[in-house]
Ligand binder design. Structure first.
Ligand SMILES: [Fe+2]
Ligand SMILES: [Fe+2]
Length: 323
């Protein structure tokens, strides 16, 4: 009898992985469909606050004093909506990687439909409440979507799965914290609902990543390390992203501390990534690199915390001096 080959040393191609994980995708899709409750975006939008704009209908032009959300909320809501708006590009990336057939295809289409609701709901809310400049918003959407989105991980199925596991959680946290900082309870309520969807997406991909880690531990460990070390938010290409991201960081919606504590660590701990044993040299090296990177990131996050506290204290002192 031929000796049984250890999975750790099997060379897994993307095509073989997709085939081997199809059953897990089917199980996870069915679980997802059971827990994902239908919700109606129109119920979350205060339509009674809406009225015609200037232009074709001759209504009132937008001006900033009409907005009830905080300045930080405005910046973050636009970043979140533009990120959701690029869905056609994300759909293209995952449909190309995972395929449009069978359980994979069913997930790709269902996920796309759920994500589509997020952009619709946020835009409706922003326009009905006059929270942001609608002309600037539309121009930013055109610019952002015209660039498209190209995944950093399109060359690797395992990296693609690892990326979305972290990215869905990052998006969940970004929506939830944006709601908290928006100053409008209705905005908070809507973004909490959307954040709940993102959480279910994270659970789907995290469970898939768990199965991949069991099937192909060395390659999956390498993929996780590469994704964590090189992580970028999906909206990184939008106009003015760096400036917006800096405000979002200082304001406590999304920063290094949150990324480390609320996004990377929960997924890594759940999958017990740092406790996997019996790896080959490739996986072992990746696990060591990941450990070193996380320690470095924690140190950087602590430095960020200190700079943030100092800046907020200066701002508070300046405000007190003005009062
Ligand atoms: Fe979304
Ligand atoms: Fe999502």
């Amino acid at each position: 009898m031929a000796p049984v080959q250890r999975t750790a040393t099997t060379a897994w191609t993307d095509a073989r992985l997709i085939l081997a994980l199809e059953e897990v995708v089917e199980t996870e899709l069915n679980r997802h469909l059971k827990v994902a409750k239908e919700w109606m975006p129109h119920e979350f939008v205060p339509w009674s606050q809406g009225r015609d704009f200037d232009g074709v209908l001759g209504g009132e032009a937008w001006s900033i004093e009409q907005s009830k959300v905080t300045p930080l909320g405005r910046i973050s809501l636009v970043v979140n909506l533009l990120t959701e708006d690029n869905l056609p590009s994300y759909h293209h990336e995952i449909a190309t990687m995972f395929g449009r057939e069978g359980a994979w295809g069913a997930w790709v289409h269902r996920w796309t439909a759920e994500e589509g609701r997020h952009g619709i709901a946020i835009r409706d809310y922003l326009l009905a409440t006059r929270a942001v400049d609608p002309v600037e918003l539309e121009r930013a959407r055109m610019a952002h979507m015209s660039e498209g989105f190209e995944s950093d991980n399109a060359h690797s199925m395992l990296q693609s799965v690892a990326y979305v596991a972290f990215q869905e959680l990052a998006t969940r946290i970004a929506h939830r914290n944006t709601g908290h900082h928006s100053g409008d309870p209705l905005c908070d309520q809507l973004l909490a609902k959307i954040a709940n969807d993102e959480n279910l997406h994270m659970v789907f991909y995290r469970n898939l990543l768990k199965a991949a880690l069991e099937l192909a531990p060395d390659q999956a460990m390498r993929a996780i390390a590469d994704v964590v070390i090189n992580f970028r938010m999906p909206g990184h290409g939008m106009p003015g992203f760096e400036r917006s991201a800096a405000q979002i960081a200082i304001g406590g919606i999304y920063n290094l501390r949150i990324h480390h504590d609320d996004v990377l660590q929960p997924v890594l701990r759940h999958l017990k990534v740092m406790e996997v044993t019996g790896l080959g040299p490739v996986g072992q090296h990746a696990q060591d690199e990941l450990g070193a990177f996380l320690a470095g990131l924690d140190t950087q996050a602590t430095r960020f915390d200190e700079r943030q506290a100092a800046l907020l204290a200066r701002r508070a002192a300046a405000a007190a001096a003005r009062a």
